[in-house]
Design a protein around this ligand. Structure first.
Ligand SMILES: *Cc1c(COP(=O)(O)O)cnc(C)c1O
Length: 396
């Protein structure tokens, strides 16, 4: 085939997406002095689509720590972690994470996507381990977990979303002494719901399985004592074998980590390709992450304000007739739309009223389950939440 013919099929794909109203494009916006405002096409709107749940992206102490590291270390590490990409700041961050998550050790990755792919690929690699690994995963797990399992070539089965009976059905069938892992998001990124972690931890014990928990949306949001995530909230931190989390949501910055026992972490340092074959995060980002981990522990009021906002939104929604909402469990709120045209209409109307609320469409969510996904932040004011609810009342 000549190159022109090949380009045609790419164009054809794009034309189809455009025709179906599903073409994906990046929206660029100007700088903003607030965690919840964005300026798009000269219009400043309130952002209800960011995962900056605590508003930490604009926290003065974090910006200061990051600026100082930038001055001291320069802009980049220009090396992978195992060569010269590890600074004192990195070591300090990893020690702090391990202590926070009550694990023996932790390592940092450049992004959550990269962490999940390379951790799962390494963890289930039967060529290295010389044994078959049995993997059980929630059907709605994040794309990065799905990609990691695919890359691992492990034997994996997906149980129905948060359905622990279905999980047990699969666990029962696997050999008791085989190497088994349960893989799940803690808070699900598109629905904001979560599994019963106590029951899940019990099942894991009963069937001799290990648990990998992706706390991307749990870190900073849950945990009454130290804000370390949903595992802390349910008191099961010690029963989770690997806790993965990101700095890119409630911690307001970028990058990810995993914490576990020394053997598992040393194994990952030696085998996780996304840890080994990539340049380490810049010191300015590591310093921001370190400060953010300290701040969520020292300043619980960010989390408390977030939950006040969640309760306020819930209270306002409770008074709406034929409530449009599924139950609210977290700062992530999904409002289903009957079709994509309606979803687009809602999104445009919200924008014209000053609110940025993103519509989520397949294939990010299952076919037919398009929805508005709004996320609340500690940085939203009650007035902003009240106005948003009023606009939604007239739409939905
Ligand atoms: C966002 C997200 C990731 C990816 O993290 P990034 O740092 O954005 O790459 C992984 N898992 C879940 C559940 C997420 O929501």
């Amino acid at each position: 085939m000549n190159s022109k013919a090949q380009n045609n099929s790419y164009q054809q794909f794009l034309d189809e997406r455009t025709h179906n109203g599903q073409l994906r494009q990046c929206l660029s916006h100007q700088a903003s002095s607030s965690a919840v405002e964005i300026t798009v096409n000269e219009q400043t709107v309130i952002n209800f689509s960011s995962n900056d749940y605590l508003g930490l992206s604009h926290h003065p102490a974090i910006i200061q720590a990051s600026t100082q590291a930038l001055q001291q270390y320069g802009t980049g590490t220009c090396s992978s972690r195992l060569i010269t990409g590890t600074t004192h700041l990195t070591t300090q961050l990893e020690t702090t994470l391990a202590r926070w998550l009550k694990k023996e050790a932790a390592i940092v990755f450049p992004s959550g996507y990269q962490a999940n792919i390379s951790i799962l690929q390494a963890l289930f690699n039967k060529d290295v381990l010389e044994e078959e690994v049995y993997v059980f995963a929630d059907r709605l797990n994040h794309a990065s977990l799905v990609d990691g399992m695919t890359a691992s070539k492990a034997r994996w089965q997906r149980y129905r979303h948060c359905d622990l009976n279905h999980l047990e059905h699969f666990l029962k069938k696997a050999p008791l002494h085989a190497n088994k892992w349960i893989i799940t998001d803690s808070v699900f990124s598109m629905d904001g719901d979560y599994p019963d972690l106590n029951a899940l931890a019990l099942l894991a014990k009963q069937y001799n399985a290990q648990v990998f928990l992706d706390e991307a949306h749990g870190i900073g949001v849950f945990g009454n004592k130290t804000s370390s995530g949903l595992a802390e909230h349910h008191g099961v931190t010690e029963d989770i074998d690997l806790i993965m989390g990101t700095f890119s949501k409630a911690l307001g910055s970028s990058g990810a980590f995993v914490a576990g026992n020394q053997t598992l972490i040393d194994y990952l340092i030696n085998t996780a390709r996304g840890f080994i074959y990539t340049t380490a995060l810049p010191p300015a980002v590591i310093a921001a992450n370190l400060k953010a981990v300290e701040i969520v522990q020292q300043e619980p009021h960010h989390r408390e304000t977030l939950w006040k906002n969640i309760e306020y939104f819930q209270q306002l929604s409770g008074t709406v007739k034929n409530s449009d909402l599924n139950e609210i469990h977290s700062p992530i709120i999904a409002i289903p739309a009957k079709d994509e045209a309606l979803l687009r209409l809602w999104q445009e109307e919200l924008l014209s009223q000053g609110y940025w609320v993103h519509g989520i469409r397949p294939p990010t969510v299952p076919q037919g389950s398009q929805r508005l996904r709004l996320s609340l932040s500690a940085a939203h004011t009650t007035l902003q939440i009240q106005h948003l609810r009023e606009v939604l009342n007239n739409l939905v």
